[in-house]
Structure formats: structure tokens, C-alpha cells
Design a protein around this ligand. Structure first.
Ligand code: SAH
Length: 362
């Protein structure tokens, strides 16, 4: 007897099942598993609100489903629009808190908007990783999100977009450490990707991690998504100062794992992204840039510089723009693809490191 994920009503959380699990759930309630794909498609592509809307199965099947399972939807508490086009969605969850997703339209070079529409998705309420500079870490880990709550952010935001618009990219860079919530993340990513569900290419999905090693490697082996690592330092000692995970998995172990991930067949021709939050006087010198080129030399990689988003709870400062630019110029001169992440949604506390704070203090 399998133990299926349940909603608080005690019914099976059917949106937390991937297609294989859904098929075996159907078998367990005496429905033919051949109906799995039809049901999966109705749930994820037609946004049905009740099983009685699945008109491709018999009324009696609908009743059996209704008896055993529930269609869970996140409860929207608020949507906050930023002056720059970014939107933040606050969702109330039955675990007792609020989680956030950030929808980021791409600005193109001419100042208009390109077709790229990125959704930054949360994987946990709070986070256990306790990176010293990050506000989400202050909450501690409150709860893992269910698979239905992770994939649901994508589905529910897609459903309210204007006609003709669609989410093109997913970044698992909201609240939480995605691979700490491994099983639910895996199911949610499969649903995001599946042709009968949300239909996002794995190449358009990026999972960002502090480097929780066994899980990170397992994920990279199992699913051909893009991998991003929050590196944030150029030496072991420096990383230990801001990212406690380094005490568990050393920088060297992390880099060795990244190297083996980059050698996986489906990672061929791709690069691992290293995110580097730049903090004034801490990790923003050209010596740091030089060390980065040394430690990343063996790994097909690109570097994404994130100038620190300042906040009243930390004394950390953002380096001057010239400093960030000089750091980038050095890396580019050494052959790296290196971008600077523009700050988006600062007025609605939607920028990197700001998630989870606004409503806690509200
Ligand atoms: N736990 C995962 C997913 C969260 S991503 C990870 O760490 O990769 C959130 C990103 O924002 C991380 O790269 C983190 O280093 C960065 N960040 C946190 N606080 C920040 C701040 N105040 N300014 C800029 N970036 C920040």
C-alpha cells in the first residue's frame, strides 16, 4: 500500500503526483491506469477546478476521483506590481504562512520588452541554509512546499496571463533551497516539463542551489535541467564565513561535483551558472576575480554577478558599479561569459534576497 501525499482534508493531493504515480494511484482506487494521461492533461492543461469537468472520463470515474482525491490550488493573498514590470505574488499556504513567486518580464536592449517571461519559483517556506547575507534564511525552515504548491505557482500564474503571453523560463530561485526538498521538487519539475502538463523545456528550467551535494548530483543525473550554484566566494575560508553549508560540503567537493555534473551526457554543450553575490569589501576585489578563474578553470561555466541588494537588516553594502564592471571586465578578458544581474522589483521587495521579509514584518 503506497502512502500518497495528502491535503489537510485527508484526500490525496493529486497534483503532487507525477504521471507514473498518478497511474498507480488510479490502479489503487480501481480505475484503469490508461486514463492517467487524460486526467493529468485535464488537471494541468485545462485547469479544471473539479473532477466533474473532466469530460473525457465517465461520470462514475469522476465520482470515484472526487471521493479519494483533491485538486489543490494555492490561495492568492496579494499581487504586487513593480514600476519596472515585475510582479510579486504572495500565496497563503495551509502550512500556516505565505510564500512568494516573482514574474519577471525581460527588458530588451531598446528598453521595450522581449518575449522572455521568467518566473522565479519558491521551493520552501523559509530556508534551512542560513546564508548570512540572505533574509529568507532569517525565517529558518518553516516547511517544505508540496509538489502541487511548487508546480502550482507556474500553473496558476500562467492561467492569469493575458492571451498570447506565456511563461518561457523557470528559475528555482525563490524562497528555499530546492534540492533540500528533493522529492517534491523532482515531481514538480517533471510536471513542469511533461508534454501532457506544463510543457516547459528542461533547457528553460534552472535549479539554483547552495550546493547540497548528494541531492544536487542526483537531480542533475535524473533530470536534464540547467544547474546554477550560489558560489558567492572565491576561497573555502571566505565561503565558510557567509555560507554555513561549506562546513558540511567543502568548496573543493562542490567544485568536483560540478565537474562531474558537467560531464554528464545531457550536460554536454551546456554550462553551469555560478551566481556570485557581490558584497562590498568582502568578495569584490580583482584578486577574487582572479581566484574565480583558477577554481572554475576546469568547469564549463558562466558567471552571474549579483550586486548585493541592501536592506535595513544587514550592514552589507553593494559595491560601486565601477567595481562590479571591473570585476566583470576581468572575467570576460579571461574568456568567461559573465553577466551582471539587474535588480528587478526592488520597490516591491521582490529582488534577490528580499523574499519572505515583507510580510513577516508587515
Ligand atoms: N537556495 C538557492 C535558491 C535561492 S536563489 C540558492 O541559494 O541558490 C537566491 C539567490 O539570491 C542566491 O544566489 C543568493 O545568493 C542570492 N541572494 C541572497 N540574498 C541576496 C541579496 N541581499 N542581494 C543579492 N542576492 C542575494
Amino acid at each position: 500500500m503506497k502512502i500518497w501525499p495528502k491535503t489537510p482534508s485527508g484526500k490525496v493531493d493529486i497534483k503532487s503526483l507525477d504521471i507514473e504515480q498518478l497511474e498507480s494511484f488510479l490502479t489503487s482506487i480501481d480505475l484503469p491506469k490508461e486514463k492517467g494521461l487524460r486526467i493529468y492533461q485535464a488537471i494541468w492543461q485545462r485547469n479544471i477546478q473539479s473532477f466533474s469537468e473532466i469530460n473525457t472520463i465517465a461520470k462514475s470515474d469522476q465520482r470515484i476521483l472526487d471521493e479519494h482525491a483533491e485538486l489543490y490550488f494555492l490561495e492568492l493573498q496579494q499581487m504586487l506590481p513593480s514600476a519596472d514590470g515585475t510582479q510579486k505574488f504572495l500565496w497563503k499556504i495551509p502550512q500556516g504562512g505565505v510564500i512568494e513567486s516573482v514574474l519577471i518580464p525581460d527588458e530588451d536592449r531598446k528598453g521595450g520588452f522581449s518575449d522572455r517571461l521568467t518566473l522565479c519559483v519558491s521551493s520552501q517556506w523559509g530556508c534551512a541554509m542560513k546564508c548570512s547575507f540572505c533574509l529568507t534564511g532569517d525565517l529558518g525552515l518553516k516547511s517544505h512546499l508540496w509538489a502541487s504548491q511548487i508546480a502550482g505557482q507556474v500553473q496558476q500564474i500562467s492561467a492569469q496571463l493575458p492571451k498570447g503571453k506565456r511563461i518561457t523560463n523557470i528559475v528555482m530561485m525563490g524562497m528555499g533551497e530546492p534540492v533540500h526538498n528533493y522529492n517534491n521538487l523532482r515531481v514538480a519539475l517533471k510536471t513542469m516539463n511533461h508534454n501532457f502538463a506544463l510543457r516547459l523545456s528542461n533547457r528553460k528550467i534552472t535549479v539554483s542551489s547552495v550546493g547540497l551535494l548528494p541531492n544536487l548530483e542526483k537531480l542533475a543525473q535524473e533530470l536534464p535541467v540547467n544547474i546554477a550554484i550560489s558560489l558567492n566566494a572565491s576561497t573555502e575560508e571566505q565561503r565558510k564565513q557567509v555560507m554555513p553549508i561549506t562546513n558540511k560540503y567543502s568548496l573543493e567537493q562542490l567544485l568536483n561535483t560540478c565537474k562531474s555534473i558537467s560531464e554528464l551526457p545531457h550536460q554536454q554543450g551546456r554550462r553551469i551558472t555560478f551566481e556570485y553575490v557581490m558584497m562590498k569589501g568582502f568578495n569584490d576585489s580583482l584578486e577574487d576575480a582572479k581566484r574565480l578563474t583558477q577554481i572554475l578553470a576546469d568547469i564549463p561555466s558562466k558567471i552571474n554577478l549579483i550586486p548585493y541588494n541592501e536592506n535595513p537588516d544587514r550592514a552589507i553594502k553593494r559595491p560601486a558599479f565601477e567595481q562590479v564592471k571591473a570585476f566583470q571586465t576581468y572575467l570576460v578578458s579571461r574568456g568567461w561569459y559573465c553577466s551582471i544581474r539587474t535588480t528587478r522589483g526592488i520597490d516591491i521587495s521582490a529582488a534577490c534576497g528580499q523574499l519572505g521579509k515583507s510580510f513577516e514584518s508587515a
